[in-house]
Design a protein around this ligand. Structure first.
Ligand SMILES: [Zn+2]
Length: 353
């Protein structure tokens, strides 16, 4: 019997059930060690994520953040005991997908494990093609490697930033100020990476900073601003506003940002969602974007190289920055509560298989 957490796309609820056995066909057999839980999983479980669809029939195995151990390498070059992180997005039929950059898919015919059209990793084990597995070390697992999936998004953000700063005649990002909105897992990972490239980091949210996040902020030398306590956009802040990253899924921030960001600034939109922006967007915003030569980057997903960079970054800096402490709760697969609601004090909850 193979247990896994299944959902029925479009309907609310999730259950731990027997999902049946697969056949390997030369693929790698991976024992699941940990799966991460994020807001996307909870939207799916609430029946609210419209893009969700099953791989076959009407059910989908949930889970897109995973760390596993190779049980049987099949015909691959992996060895038994290798730690692996599976990629989420699988190619569609366009030229970018054919080049291994399905993160820039143009026809939309990709699938995503645990989200749309492909079963995910919240199960005891799974078979996977070698080309979709990224090696994350071997032997006993450092649990912080589960952060490789969200971290790969950050590595693509880093690549995107370096791809456009030359347009604003920035010779480097050193000592430029980055304001990061949102202090969940993604916001904190973005902060650690931008700090590591020499930027001055300001973390912003609408409430106090949890203790674990405060500790990470100290490690990376970031400052913190509680936007409920005053006007973040007053311009009287120590960290200059050269770059804004929305990791809060609140793009209305963009509208205040374009008023206050410095000339040739870069705005990265990462969190999804567009609620409430219509009422505030006006010609003045657009004029500011033009006048200041701003660059706005939408950024989504990441490619194999970003997973590899993520694994390397966590290996090299995980201890220094205390990234493992971002994992605030470990749950058994039988405990469905973690799938339906954010836990008290949560930054990243994981399921141990
Ligand atoms: Zn494509």
């Amino acid at each position: 019997m193979m247990k896994g957490i299944i959902v029925r796309p479009g309907l609310a609820g999730a259950s731990l059930d027997d999902i049946g056995e697969e056949s390997g066909n030369g693929r790698v057999l991976v024992k699941t060690l940990y799966t991460g839980v994020c807001g996307t999983d909870r939207e799916i479980v609430a029946g609210k994520l419209s893009i969700t669809r099953a791989e076959r029939g009407d059910r989908l195995v949930l889970g897109h953040e995973a760390l596993g151990s190779v049980m049987d390498p099949g015909s691959s070059s992996f060895s038994k005991g290798d730690l692996v992180v599976p990629m989420v997005r699988r190619p569609g039929g366009c030229a970018n997908c054919a080049a291994g950059r399905q993160d820039y898919c143009m026809d939309g015919n990709f699938t995503e494990a645990g989200i749309r059209g492909k079963d995910g990793f919240m199960r005891e084990s799974f078979y996977e093609e070698e080309r979709f597995l990224v090696k994350a070390g071997s032997g006993s697992a450092g649990i912080e490697k589960i952060l490789a999936e969200p971290m790969k998004n950050v590595m693509k953000i880093r690549e995107s930033i370096f791809g456009v700063i030359g347009r604003g005649l920035w010779d480097s990002v050193k000592d430029k100020g980055a304001w990061i909105f949102g202090t969940g897992t993604e916001g904190l990972l973005i902060g650690s990476v931008l700090s590591s490239v020499g930027m001055r980091v300001m973390l912003v949210n609408r409430h106090g900073l949890p203790e674990i996040a405060q500790e990470l902020a100290r490690h990376i030398g970031a400052e913190f601003f509680n936007s409920a306590s005053g006007d973040w956009a007053s311009g009287e802040n120590a960290v200059p506003m050269d770059m804004i990253v929305d990791a809060a899924g609140a793009p209305s921030i963009l509208l205040d940002a374009v008023r206050n960001i410095r000339h040739t600034g870069v705005i990265v939109l990462f969190g999804t969602g567009g609620a409430g922006i219509e009422e505030k967007l006006n010609g003045g915003t657009i004029l500011n974007m033009v006048d200041k030569n701003l660059t706005v980057i939408g950024c989504e997903d990441g490619a194999r190289e970003h997973y590899e960079q993520a694994v390397d970054f966590i290996s090299e800096n995980g201890e220094k920055y205390g990234l493992g402490k971002l994992i605030t709760g470990i749950f058994p697969p039988e405990d469905a509560s973690v799938l339906s609601a954010k836990q008290v004090g949560e930054i990243k909850s994981v399921i141990k298989w």
